[in-house]
Design a protein around this ligand. Structure first.
Ligand code: SAH
Ligand code: SF4
Ligand code: F3S
Length: 438
């Protein structure tokens, strides 16, 4: 019996798919490369933007034919899209060949659901039940990196964002559980741990034991052995000096912060409910760089939020030029039903399109400058895996988070090496290994 998982969206979903794989493997399924060969197909969905959703509905539609050829095929739709109001009903109606619909908060029901589906019974349940991480035997797919959830959900309600509605309220895992999981992963040989939360900086606020994100970093950073610790995402309003100090104190914590700015206009940030101004953001960046001069700061930026004027957009470009992000994920605002921004006055698609092109060109210019600066210098890189775009090429990241391509034997995945950057084509860095350390 074989399984195939389509994973869409962010790192949360990538990690949830590892939990799903764990459940399926404990039931005797093994992974396969193609949906056509599978006995069970899982769609772990995302609904952050409309384009993501449309693509997923298209992919689910393709299963109809497979199901006709193989009636015992089990199809599961889970994740953020199915957690949205009305979607479970829509799937039942328009995609009757789907056997199981689960949400984001009840993955623990998957095994029961599959048993029901094997008996030809539909299983549709999107109630939130807050499963425990420890209930799963995660089947990890990202060695030498391992994802570790520290908090789930979000309480921030940025006015454009669907996440608080589909991932529920913020819940922190107990620090003892996180520490035990990280300790295990390191003893199994993982070299990079990435802590996950929609807003890692508010970790612990909801726990009785009074532990903050900075205190958690101290406990994890002090663990013995050489490894890398990263985390995402940091909301600028909550990034405290304690966290910056902890990054500076422990060599194992990477000088790399993902700090989504969303917009460079104070007025748009206010309408987005982000709780910081343009100047606040500059001040946070200064605070970070004062303590971590080699830090790589990455970001998310959106264009075309309702009411964004030409001047607001110019302010975003200006911020991008000034902050010099090492990379930026740039998005066109997408209207999400159920969010406050849905009913604000929208701006035309043509304007959004022009702005996204300009924004990407602006960031590319910044990235190019940083890349040129890196040429000729040496960086420690963790060998992470093969680069799928270039044959016989491995890749890995610098501590600051920049991806580098180089040649080496695949058996060296998981080793730390020193790479000299030899050339750069705007966003892509090429180098070669100069010295070797285990
Ligand atoms: N919790 C993280 C981000 C989660 S979503 C944070 O607060 O930063 C990842 C990114 O998707 C966001 O940073 C935002 O830039 C983008 N995004 C969220 N909602 C969106 C929407 N409706 N349209 C376009 N982009 C959106
Ligand atoms: Fe969405 Fe804002 Fe929460 Fe991030 S902080 S998940 S952007 S509501
Ligand atoms: Fe992530 Fe998409 Fe859900 S970005 S949290 S998978 S809506």
């Amino acid at each position: 019996m074989k399984y195939f998982i389509h994973t869409y969206g962010c790192q949360m979903n990538i990690h949830d798919s590892e939990k799903i794989a764990g459940i399926l493997e404990s039931m005797g399924y093994t992974v396969c490369d193609k949906a056509e060969d599978a006995d069970i197909i899982v769609f772990n969905t995302c609904c952050i933007r409309e384009t993501a959703e449309q693509k997923i509905y298209g992919h689910i539609g393709l299963v109809k034919k497979l199901k006709r050829e193989k009636p015992e095929l089990i199809t599961v739709v889970c994740g953020c899209m199915s957690q949205q109001e009305g979607v479970a009903a829509k799937i039942r109606e328009s995609y009757p060949f789907v056997d199981i619909v689960l949400g984001t908060g009840n993955l623990n029901l998957l095994q029961d659901a599959i048993v029901a589906a094997q008996k030809k019974r539909k299983f549709v349940d999107v109630n939130f039940m807050q499963y425990k991480e420890e209930d799963f035997l995660t089947s990890r797919t990202s060695y030498p990196n391992a994802w570790v959830n520290i908090n789930y959900g979000c309480n921030n309600f940025c006015t454009y964002c669907i996440v608080p509605y589909v991932r529920g309220r913020e819940r922190s895992r107990r620090s003892e559980d996180i520490i035990a999981e990280v300790r295990n992963l390191l003893s199994e040989g993982y070299k990079e741990i990435t802590l996950l939360g929609q807003n890692v900086n508010s970790y612990g606020h909801d726990l009785d034991s009074d532990i903050s994100f900075a205190q958690l970093l101290h406990k994890l950073g002090a663990m013995p052995g050489k490894f890398r610790l990263r985390f995402m995402t940091s909301h600028p309003k909550d990034l405290s000096q304690d966290v910056i100090d902890a990054i500076a104190e422990y060599p194992n914590i990477c000088d790399n912060i993902h700090l989504p700015v969303q917009s460079g206009s104070t007025e748009i940030l206010r309408k987005m409910n982000r709780h910081y101004t343009r100047d606040d953001y500059f001040a946070i960046v200064d605070k970070i760089r004062a303590k971590l001069p080699d830090v790589g700061i990455t970001t998310d930026i959106m264009v075309g939020f309702p009411g964004e004027t030409e001047q607001d957009f110019e302010d975003t470009l200006d911020l991008v030029r000034k902050v010099k992000f090492s990379s930026a994920f740039c998005f066109v605002y997408s209207r999400r039903k159920g969010t406050p921004a849905y009913s604000m006055e929208q701006i035309p698609y043509a304007v959004k399109k022009k702005r996204i092109t300009e924004l990407i060109a602006c960031q590319n210019e910044v990235t190019k400058q940083i890349s040129q600066y890196m040429v000729g210098k040496q960086y420690e890189v963790l060998v992470e895996g093969e680069n799928f775009h270039y044959k016989n090429t491995m890749c890995g990241r610098t501590e600051s988070g920049r991806l580098v391509n180089f040649q080496c034997d695949p058996s060296r995945i998981g080793e730390f090496v020193t790479v000299k950057i030899e050339r750069a084509s705007s966003a892509t860095l090429w180098g070669s290994i100069v010295t070797e350390e285990k």
